[in-house]
Design a binder for this molecule. Structure first.
Ligand SMILES: Cc1cc2nc3c(=O)[nH]c(=O)nc-3n(C[C@H](O)[C@H](O)[C@H](O)COP(=O)(O)OP(=O)(O)OC[C@H]3O[C@@H](n4cnc5c(N)ncnc54)[C@H](O)[C@@H]3O)c2cc1C
Length: 378
């Protein structure tokens, strides 16, 4: 039932070997230092991980959504901060330029983003516009050959290391969401600043920071696609992004289930292995069924989107179910490991904390339910 082609599977296996050799051994260091070591960033660049979804003509591997999901599943089995740096860059942060960019914009940004020399971000959320991005206040006013941006964004992934920011701002308030446009902002543009890296529950190693625009000057040629196309593109980007979050969640569940099986086979209590306690076998069975059902919904969403259909309902269903299943599986994995599940040493508590974010970003569980319910009642 896997939707992946033999080539996609082979590439994912190659990436999995890289993760086992280079990322897993550095996971504790990433967790404690809250940064990806520079030598690992270099290895990831050499491996081509920053160019996964960028078209081949610009130096990337040109993976489709399906190919990206194959990689996301294996990324779920390693350090979450590292997986997010790569996943965000090769997902929502480059999608806008690939989809809407003109030749000059693609020539200027994509080769450096494919090589990982420049890291990207996607900036939609604001202090007063989270679940309802249409409430945004950041404005972009045209002034001769440039736009002047004013406003702020918060919680922007990869901001600490990024050079290229895809930013949504209002160009015409009277048009509502059709008055929202997307811009490419470079880190050194006048009037633009990146705030302090936030301290987070999990996702250590991946920076999250606020952005401020104070009469920030953006050349008019950095408008993506044309005025008014920003919101629609952001929603398309988020639909695909939700499927990749679901795919990664399946990979995280694989990791937690495998770790639990390994532990149950060696830990002895009451004269028998945990694996021989029926109550724990049932817990494991429920974890496996949750993971398999999540995978089924994820593969359905991949299939629908790859056929060129809108897939809003399928993407939301996959994200909602897979991320909530992951919450249950992560909790059960801690329980199976007992006290060891709560200790830093085993790494299960790290995954438990990391996993909490997937029910919040790229549209919370409540927002996915609103989308599904709204479509059912349309
Ligand atoms: C670590 C991290 C990384 C992030 N990275 C990015 C990024 O790279 N780019 C970016 O643009 N954003 C990013 N975000 C922002 C993220 O997408 C938002 O946090 C998310 O959309 C929720 O918005 P909010 O935090 O304002 O919560 P709120 O919108 O204030 O929601 C609070 C609660 O109310 C619920 N709620 C809100 N509206 C409704 C409704 N209509 N019906 C039912 N329930 C509702 C929510 O589900 C939630 O439970 C990131 C966030 C985090 C925490």
């Amino acid at each position: 039932m896997s939707p992946y082609t033999p080539d996609e599977r082979a590439y994912a296996n190659e990436v999995a070997r890289f993760l086992r050799k280079e990322v897993d051994p550095r996971s504790r260091q990433i967790e404690e230092e809250d940064a990806i070591p520079e030598e690992l960033m270099k290895l990831a660049r050499d491996m081509g991980l920053f160019g996964l979804t960028i078209p081949e003509q610009y130096g990337g591997s040109g993976l489709t959504l399906r190919g990206k999901c194959a990689i996301e599943e294996v990324m779920g089995t390693t350090n979450y901060g590292f997986a997010t740096v790569i996943g965000n860059h090769t997902g929502i942060s480059t999608a806008g330029i690939v989809a809407l960019g003109n030749d000059a914009q693609k020539q200027k940004y994509l080769p450096k983003m494919a090589s990982g020399e420049w890291v990207g971000t996607f900036a939609l959320t604001e202090p007063s516009a989270g679940s309802s991005p249409a409430d945004m206040r950041t404005t972009a006013l045209k002034k001769s050959d440039r736009y002047i941006l004013n406003g702020e964004k918060i919680y922007i992934t990869n901001s600490g290391i990024a050079n290229v920011f895809t930013v949504m701002a209002i160009t015409d308030k009277s048009k509502g969401i059709k008055g929202i446009s997307a811009f490419i902002v470079e880190r050194n543009f006048k009037g633009f600043s990146v705030g302090k890296n936030e301290l987070k529950m999990g996702m250590h190693g991946c920076t999250t920071a606020p952005l401020a625009f104070t009469d920030c000057e953006v050349p008019a040629e950095n408008l993506l696609g044309g005025e008014g196309l920003g919101y629609v593109q952001a929603m398309k980007t988020l639909t695909s992004g939700r499927v990749t979050v679901a795919a990664r969640s399946c990979g995280i569940m694989d990791h937690l289930i495998n770790r639990s099986i390994d532990y149950m086979k060696v830990r002895v209590q009451g004269g028998k292995k945990l694996a021989e306690h029926q109550g724990l076998q049932w817990m494991l069975a429920d974890m496996s069924v949750q993971r398999d059902a999540a995978r089924g919904l994820t593969y359905r969403a991949i299939d629908v989107l790859m056929r060129g259909e809108r897939g809003t309902m399928e993407a939301s269903a996959a994200k909602l179910f897979a991320t909530e299943a992951l919450g249950k599986v992560a909790d059960a994995a801690v329980q199976i490991h007992g006290g060891m599940g709560y200790m830093r040493e085993a790494g299960i508590e790290t995954t438990f904390r990391d996993a909490r974010i997937v029910r919040i970003y790229e549209g919370s569980s409540e927002i996915q339910r609103n989308i599904i319910g709204g479509l059912l009642l349309k």
